[in-house]
Structures are given as C-alpha cells and as structure tokens.
Unconditional design. Structure first.
Length: 329
C-alpha cells in the first residue's frame, strides 16, 4: 500500500468510515477522540480530499429507498469507447462508471428520484450510442456497506438492518441529498446544511439521527477512494446460480473476508443469466484471485459457474442523486 500519511491520518480513515458523530460540532468530537484539535481534523480531511484519498465526508443510503437505481452495462467498441464513456458519465444521475474486462465492458450505475428518471437515462444512452444497454436492477442486498480497513486484514461483516420508510418525512430528501453529495468540511456542517435548506440546526440533527435509526442512512462517515489507498485490484464476480440457492449462498458470500459488496440482481433472459454479484477489492490481482478461490470453494457455491470482471479504469465515482420530494421513490 502506498504511503497515506501519519498515524493520525490512518486513524481518521480507518475509524471514522461509519459512526460519524451526529453532533453540532462533529469534527471537535472526532478530535477529542483521537487527540488533536478540531481545526487540525478539518485540515487533515481537506488535504485527504484534495489528494483524492477520500471522495467526501457524508452518507450512503440504503438502495432503492429514497431514490431509484440500477446497474447497467453496454458493449462499447474500442474506437468509440472514450466518447461513449464521456457521454454516459455526463448524464444526470450516473454516479459510477467503470471499464471492465468483458465483452460488456462499460459498467455504470444510474440513479434518480424515481424509476422513470432511471429509465429515461438508459433510453437516452441507448438512443445516443445506438448500443444495447443491459438493465440489471437490484433484487436484494446481502452487504452494501462498502468500507476498507487500513490496519490489519479483518473486517466486520455489516449486519443488514431493516429499513423503516414510514419514518421518512417531508424535506428529508433534501437533507439526504446534501449528505450524499458531501457535507461541508466546517466546524458546524449540519448547521451549514440547515442554513442552505432554511431549517434549524437542531432540526437537521434530529432528522439525521432518525434517518440513521430507520436504516435509510446506511452509513455516515468518511467515504474513501479505495484505489488511492492501495486497493487497486477491483473485480466484480457474477454467479449463474438458481434463485433457490441464493438464500444460502448470498449471506455466505457476503461474510467472506475480501468480499466488499454482495447482492442479487435481476438477470436478462438469453443475454445475461447471472443473479448473484459480489465485489472483491484487494491490493493486487493475485490476492483478489485468492479471495475468489475461497469464494468458489464455499459449500453454498460448489459447482456454480461464474465470470470475473476486473476493473481496468474508473471513469466516474460520485454520490447518488436523491429524490427531491418527501415521498420515497
């Protein structure tokens, strides 16, 4: 792993990827916990952001709760790949875009306030590029709490929490959009968000606490850029497994060290039969392949055919587009 900084930087990156203080002065709380002034915490995070090691300090939301999303892919010819990738990345709501080693080579996530918006984005891409677009919506997540541990190799498998959408209130989606975009690196970030939304600071704090307790906010903290921190090998593995076996295979795969995401998606008949997906992030390709060997040897995955799609380039990585109304999409 390349040099990140000193021990304080590593503590900020390692210990605060989740459980961010929901407090009027959260960076002062962090500073007190790690033994440095609030201003130094802010300066360090600002440097880490400017250097590309973190994308933001903010939130991720449970998938398809307050917004709609899908994983999509197309097969872009080499001679037009750059133009197609640029066009895809410029569409409102496309927040991740990767080149992967497969005939279906350009993979992206499209998000929006509702499924109609996502469909419109996919249709626009189809019409502009003339290419077939695979639409692979989420069926259920097993682990979508992407985090990277810098000290040691162990990783706690996040326990999936139920999501209570009944606790979503009018105006919450504006708060969630501010958090998923990235909160201000200031002494009172929740207060700054409140000012922009014409809300009270305490009111925003109360809503963030409630949204986290409801499982709508799945993670609040430092969102790291894994490649910049040494996880340069990124493989999406897709498994051609029957729906009857996923109940057992999904949780077993999600719990395997080295597997950072795991979910079921809807296949495309006669084109893309894969239902079970996982992401493997490692510091080298051989280590990623070691994890894949362990995964394929799980009893729940014995005999299951799979494809491994290593990522060779990241075109885009940002926060999701959230709905602008109080109703869930």
């Amino acid at each position: 792993m390349e040099r990140i900084g000193d021990a304080t930087d590593i503590t900020l990156l390692d210990d605060w990827q989740r459980d961010f203080p929901i407090d009027p002065r959260p960076f002062a709380v962090i500073g007190s916990a790690i033994g440095c002034p609030e201003e130094e915490v802010l300066n360090r995070l600002d440097v880490l952001h400017a250097s590309g090691r973190i994308t933001r300090v903010g939130a991720t939301c449970a998938p398809n709760t307050v917004s709609a999303s899908t994983l999509a892919a197309l097969s872009a010819p080499d001679e037009v790949l750059e133009q197609v990738a640029e066009f895809v990345g410029s569409r409102a709501g496309v927040n991740h875009s990767y080149l992967r080693e497969n005939r279906w080579n350009l993979w992206f996530v499209a998000t929006g306030p509702n499924r109609d918006h996502v469909d419109a984005v996919l249709n626009e891409i189809r019409d502009e590029t003339g290419l077939v677009v695979l639409d692979l919506p989420l069926v259920r997540p097993f682990n979508v709490d992407l985090g990277f541990k810098l000290r040691g190799n162990s990783r706690e498998t996040p326990v999936a929490r139920p999501v209570d959408l009944d606790r979503l209130k009018e105006g919450d989606c504006e708060i969630l959009q501010a958090l998923t975009t990235g909160m201000p690196l200031s002494s009172r970030p929740f207060g700054d968000i409140a000012s922009k939304l014409d809300r009270s600071e305490q009111g925003v704090l109360d809503r963030v606490k409630d949204l986290q307790e409801a499982g709508i906010i799945s993670r609040l903290g430092v969102i790291v850029r894994h490649r910049a921190l040494g996880w340069r090998s990124n493989a999406m593995v897709v498994w051609d497994i029957s729906s009857e076996r996923i109940d057992a295979a999904g949780p077993a795969l999600a719990a395997l060290p080295g597997v950072t995401l795991c979910y079921e998606r809807r296949p495309v008949e006669n084109v893309w039969p894969y239902r079970l997906y996982c992401m493997i992030h490692a510091q080298s390709r051989p280590r990623a392949l070691d994890t894949l060997t362990e995964a394929s040897n799980l009893p729940e995955l014995q005999g299951v055919k799979f494809k491994t799609l290593f990522s060779s380039r990241c075109f885009k990585q940002t926060g999701a587009m959230i709905a602008r109304t109080g109703a869930a999409a």
